[in-house]
Design a protein around this ligand. Sequence first.
Ligand code: GRF
Length: 205
Amino acid sequence: MTMTRKRVGILISGRGSNMAALIEAAAAKDYPAEIVLVVSNCHDAKGLEFAKSKNITTAIVDHKKFASREAFEGELQKELAAANVEIVCLAGFMRILTDEFVKRWQGRILNIHPSLLPAFKGTDTHTRALKAGVKTHGATVHFVVPELDSGPIVLQAEVPVMAADDPETLAVRVINVEHRIYPEALRLLAEGKLKIAGEKVIVHD
Ligand code: GRF
């Protein structure tokens, strides 16, 4: 049976380990999506090298070169359109997107966040989780909505917090599960198995 793979663009700002996990997953023949484009807003994002090494088209759209968020996103949108992108994955992309951009991609744009949302939105999640004394931490893949780190949750994975943890050891445990759930979530979306029902996501066959 032939399968039409969904065309995915990944937006990064740095290391790109989640991007790499998505690229590796999409290398499997039966994966329902292909990564056709990686865009970074930073020239020196490490992830760009990996994407290039896998022969994936990369682009840099430097937000500092644009007078407004709208102008920056206009260029971003141009790159996505030029590559016929159908699904956008944010993977450590450190720019806030306008409501207009998010609404344009509604239901077709995912983000990964290093906490069990709705706990610990924003940055420094591991430090804050340790400070709060939680026993369980983790990661969340969610649909992007205009409000930061909100939006219907697709998948979450928990990790235990150990007494001896510092933010770095906890981050390693969390990133490992991120690399598992992001490809799983993208698979479900690409297969058309996700339905957004209000603030919830229903997974169906
Ligand atoms: C990850 O922890 C992700 O959850 C968060 O930013 C980090 C990006 O790491 N949004 P990487 O660039 O994917 O390695």
